[in-house]
Every structure is written in structure tokens, then in C-alpha cells.
Design a binder for this molecule. Structure first.
Ligand code: FAD
Ligand code: NAI
Length: 474
């Protein structure tokens, strides 16, 4: 007999598993299906999607290990610690990362049990509409659901004529499993993955060259931040080439050669042991049988949704990387909660303008709201408070004086419009700025809040004070 659910979620990534848990909490009989090839000890697909298996979590584990290695090699001595030249055991580093992934993905199965979400192992594809809702094939079974939430996520975009074997030529999957420090590493794409993975291997001793088609570095970031980041990352040893056109890529068992034209059209060749291709991601909509049921996709293959993640089909919703908006785990989770709550008749809300961006380089980069260039283009009058970490006692104490916080507030109303951080702890510091902006806070609100001393949060506090030209420590 067909199993019947109130809500079926297709895809168990951060969007899907969170949507399923929230739907179950709201009293719906909920199932979530998942079909990825990453098997747990029972042989079932692991939950957690790209983020937990081959994205956010493993990349941050490797960033941490490589950060410690680099600190031991280069920064300990100035604090009077001598450890000799550190050695890296790459298989052990990878095994630690894999262990973290196993723990967290198994944890989600535990959360499903706790919240009474039914886990269905298998690929989900629409079959058709019935009087009760939707029929979806999950593996060999047919499932009935009143509401369907599509959370099928995204996969790495590959370039024509550059086959990815995830040994020598890697996308994000192979990049997180490289088993030895390459002498030379080539990366195509100076986006978030290129910078994070480039940082990992650069810190461990690889010569890293990143080839970027765009003329500018991090065009989505505030230009001041992008300029500072470029300067710092290049000083760390990352070689960045802009305005390139990738030509023939030849890979063998031993390595890879990448032909490219530089920004002046000069033909160049980059020889490397490994190549990472990180040129963005494409939505996973193939195999959903979308066309057969009339589910509308846009020209980029993403499922079309309104502000509430409602598709053109009654009772079908889509969230996360498979729809418009930033491809970020926390955005997918927000949308998952929103949709479950709307299905339950609640208000449900997700403001795409208030999704923080973070790049986990050293120093970290994080921002929320509008950049200075966006405000200028929109003709908005603003004031700026900009404070360097160099002026903060804690930053000096932890040996992280690089970077700054830049706050932008409306010149008339003082409402905070954007906060841009490059510096230690930026990924956590940004949360205060998000809260302030969500509450329509003014720079004066943050300026009048007591921040613990000595903390990095005082840099944000001083930036708020600086909006009113009354910084105390700079
Ligand atoms: P996904 O996580 O892609 O999950 C979708 C799931 O659906 C997958 O498990 C897939 O197997 C499954 N699926 C697909 N089709 C079907 C089907 N028909 N039936 C059943 N199951 C199906 N974001 C951040 O916010 N912070 C970070 O630090 C960060 N780091 C990243 C690092 C890397 C290297 C990468 C690649 C990404 C990173 N991201 C990060 C992005 C983040 O991983 C994604 O935005 C997030 O995973 C999207 O969640 P999702 O649920 O929409 O999709
Ligand atoms: P990205 O969109 O961040 O960067 C891709 C880069 O490749 C761009 O700079 C683009 O101009 C360049 N590019 C595109 N085509 C090219 C070509 N033919 N030759 C050379 N360069 C080319 O995409 P990326 O790095 O693949 O990451 C995918 C997504 O995953 C990100 O957009 C982000 O949403 C998510 N992510 C988030 C992280 C975080 O939040 N810290 C970490 C890693 C990934």
C-alpha cells in the first residue's frame, strides 16, 4: 500500500532536513528522502547534503587543521614557542575530517528519530497529482504526500572539455579528499571555494595559483574589503591571475597542464600536480520529472519560486540551492523553516537581503546588508565608521591585527545599512550586525550597548561609535 504523508521533503541537505524536522515539530506526518552515494555504516545514504558531506563542514575542518599547521610553522616563534618544523600527516587530517562528517550526518538521523521524521532511502521523482495531493516515486516505492518540499540542492558546475576525475582534476568532492600536499596546485575560479581550498593547501606548503575569468576580485563584497583581502591573501602566497581565458586542459596520472590566455591575451601554461575546478554550482533538477508534472524552471534550471518558496504547482515548494538567492546552508535552513511554518498556517519569513556572507580565509571575511558601492549606485546618503583590528587589545593579544570593521549607516536616520568585516572572528562577529539590522537598529543603538572587554566585538562597537565620529580608541 502507498505510504501517505502530510509532507514529503525531497533531499536531505540543510534545507531539506531542517524543513522536515520543523514540519514534524508542527504536527505533520513527515518523510524525507535522500539518494546520495555517501553511505553510512548501515549502507544508507547519509543525510546533511552537500554541506555536511562535501561542503561547509569538511572544508572548515581542513581550514582549521591547516591554520594550526601554519601557525606552528610561522607564528608560534614570535610568542616564544619553539616546536621545530611541524610535519603534516595528510591522511590523518583527512580521517579527522571524515570522522566529523560521520558524526554529524549520523546525528541528523538521530534528530529524525527524535522528531519522528520518516527517513526514506531513495531518489525522489514526481509521478503525478491525485485527489490527496502528490504522488512521488522514491526508489521503487510510490509515496503520497499532501505537500512536497523540493530541496534537491546543487552540484559543482563543470567546464566543457575539462573532465573531472576527482583524483587529478577535482571539483569540491575530490578537493576535500586530496591525500598528499601537492607541490603545485592550480585552481580555476577565485570564488569562495577557490579561496578556501587554496588557503588550505597554500598553508600546508603547496604553490597555489588561482585563475579567474573576472577582472575583479570578490565583486560581491564591499570594494574596500575585497581590496584588503586581495592584498592579504597574495601576501600569504596565493598567486591570483585575473581576466584569464581557460584553454586546453590536459591531465595525466602524474599531473595536469592548463593552457590559458592572460588578461592581455598572452598564451600561458600552468603545470600542476592537481587542479581544482570551482566555478560555481548548478541546481539539481534533473531526474525530478519536473517537466512531466509542469513544475516551472527558470533559464538556469532553477525551480521558480515566489518570495515564500511556493512553486507554480499547488502544494509544491522548493528551497535552498535549487532556487534563486545565495547558495548558502543557512539560507536553505531559513527557507526550510519558513515553508514548514507557512504550510502550518503561520507567517513564515525569510529576508534574502539579510543572509550573512562569510568566507573562512585567514583573516575571515563577513558581511551583511549593502556595500558602499551599492549605496552609491542607489543614491543613498550614508555615513561610515571604519575601525582597524590593529587598535584592539584582544586582536593584538591573539596575534591577529589584520583587517577592519566598516559600518555604513543612513546619513539621516542613522539606521545601519551594511556591516563589512575582514578580521579574526568575523564569522561570529557578523551575528551582532545581523541582529542589529533585523531589529532596524541604528549605529547609535550599537554604540550605546556595553561590549565586554577585551573582546574582538569591541571593534564593531568602535565602528558604531565612529559612525558618529566619536570612536574612543582610534
Ligand atoms: P544540498 O546540501 O545540496 O542537499 C541536497 C540533497 O538532496 C543532496 O544530499 C542530494 O543528494 C539530495 N537529492 C538531490 N536530488 C534528489 C532526489 N531527486 N531525490 C532524493 N535526494 C535528492 N554554505 C555555507 O553557508 N557555509 C559554508 O561554509 C559553505 N561551505 C561550502 C563549501 C563547499 C566546498 C561547498 C561545495 C559548498 C559550501 N556551502 C557553504 C554551500 C552549502 O553547502 C549549500 O548552500 C547547502 O548545502 C545547500 O543546501 P540544500 O539543502 O539546498 O542542498
Ligand atoms: P563562486 O560563485 O563563489 O565562484 C566561482 C568563481 O569562478 C567566480 O569568481 C567566477 O568568476 C569564476 N569563474 C567562472 N567561470 C570561470 C572560468 N571559465 N574560468 C575561470 N574562472 C571562472 O563559486 P564556487 O567557489 O564554486 O562556490 C560555489 C558556491 O558554494 C558559492 O557561490 C557559495 O554559495 C557556496 N560556498 C560557500 C562558502 C561559504 O559560505 N564560506 C564556501 C564555499 C562555497
Amino acid at each position: 500500500m502507498t505510504q501517505q504523508f502530510d509532507v514529503l521533503v525531497i533531499g536531505g541537505g540543510p534545507g531539506g532536513y531542517v524543513a522536515a524536522i520543523r514540519a514534524a515539530q508542527l504536527g505533520f506526518k513527515t518523510a524525507c528522502c535522500e539518494s546520495n552515494p555517501y553511505a553510512d555504516p548501515k549502507g544508507e545514504p547519509r543525510l546533511g547534503g552537500t554541506c555536511l558531506n562535501v561542503g561547509c563542514i569538511p572544508s572548515k575542518a581542513l581550514l582549521h587543521t591547516s591554520h594550526l599547521f601554519h601557525a606552528a610553522a610561522h607564528d608560534f616563534a614570535e610568542q616564544g614557542i619553539s616546536v621545530g618544523a611541524p610535519k603534516i600527516d595528510v591522511p590523518k587530517m583527512i580521517a579527522r575530517k571524515t570522522d566529523i562528517v560521520s558524526k554529524l550526518t549520523a546525528g541528523i538521523k538521530g534528530l529524525f528519530k527524535k522528531n519522528k521524521v520518516t527517513f526514506l532511502a531513495g531518489h525522489g521523482a514526481f509521478v503525478g497529482k491525485t485527489a490527496e495531493g502528490w504522488k512521488v516515486a522514491v526508489g521503487n516505492e510510490e509515496i503520497g504526500a499532501r505537500q512536497v518540499i523540493v530541496a534537491t540542492g546543487s552540484s559543482a558546475r563543470h567546464l566543457p572539455n575539462i573532465p573531472v576525475d576527482n583524483q587529478i582534476v577535482c571539483d569540491n568532492i575530490g578537493a576535500l579528499d586530496i591525500d598528499a600536499v601537492p607541490k603545485k596546485l592550480a585552481i580555476i575560479g577565485a570564488g569562495v571555494i577557490g579561496l578556501e581550498m587554496g588557503s588550505v593547501w597554500n598553508r600546508l606548503g603547496a604553490e597555489v595559483t588561482i585563475l579567474e575569468v573576472g577582472a575583479n576580485f570578490l565583486p560581491a563584497a564591499d570594494a574596500d574589503i575585497a581590496k584588503e583581502a586581495k592584498k592579504i591573501l597574495m601576501k600569504q602566497g596565493l598567486v591570483l591571475r585575473f581576466g584569464v581565458k581557460i584553454g586546453a586542459v590536459k591531465a595525466s596520472k602524474k599531473g595536469v597542464s592548463v593552457a590559458y590566455a592572460d588578461q592581455d591575451g598572452k598564451e600561458e601554461k600552468l603545470e600542476a600536480d592537481r587542479l581544482i575546478v570551482s566555478v560555481g554550482r548548478v541546481p539539481n533538477t534533473e531526474g525530478l520529472n519536473a517537466a512531466a508534472v509542469g513544475l516551472k524552471l527558470n533559464e538556469r534550471g532553477m525551480i521558480e519560486v515566489d518570495a515564500h518558496c511556493k512553486t507554480n504547482l499547488e502544494g509544491v515548494w522548493a528551497i535552498g540551492d535549487v532556487v534563486r538567492g545565495p547558495m548558502l546552508a543557512h539560507k536553505a535552513m531559513e527557507e526550510g523553516v519558513m515553508v514548514a511554518e507557512i504550510i502550518a498556517g503561520q507567517a513564515g519569513h525569510c529576508d534574502l537581503n539579510l543572509i550573512p556572507s562569510v568566507i573562512y580565509t585567514t583573516p575571515e571575511i563577513a558581511w551583511i546588508g549593502k556595500s558602499e558601492q551599492q549605496l552609491q549606485a542607489a543614491g543613498v546618503a550614508y555615513k561610515t565608521g571604519k575601525i582597524p583590528f590593529m587598535a584592539n587589545g584582544r586582536a593584538l593579544g591573539i596575534g591577529a591585527p589584520e583587517g577592519f570593521v566598516k559600518m555604513l549607516a543612513d546619513a539621516q536616520t542613522d539606521r545601519i545599512l551594511g556591516v563589512h568585516i575582514i578580521g579574526a572572528g568575523a564569522s561570529d562577529l557578523i551575528a551582532e550586525a545581523v541582529t542589529a539590522i533585523e531589529f532596524a537598529g541604528a549605529s547609535e543603538d550599537l554604540a550605546r550597548i556595553c561590549h565586554a572587554h577585551p573582546t574582538l566585538s569591541e571593534v564593531l562597537h568602535e565602528a558604531a561609535l565612529a559612525c558618529d565620529k566619536r570612536a574612543l580608541h582610534f
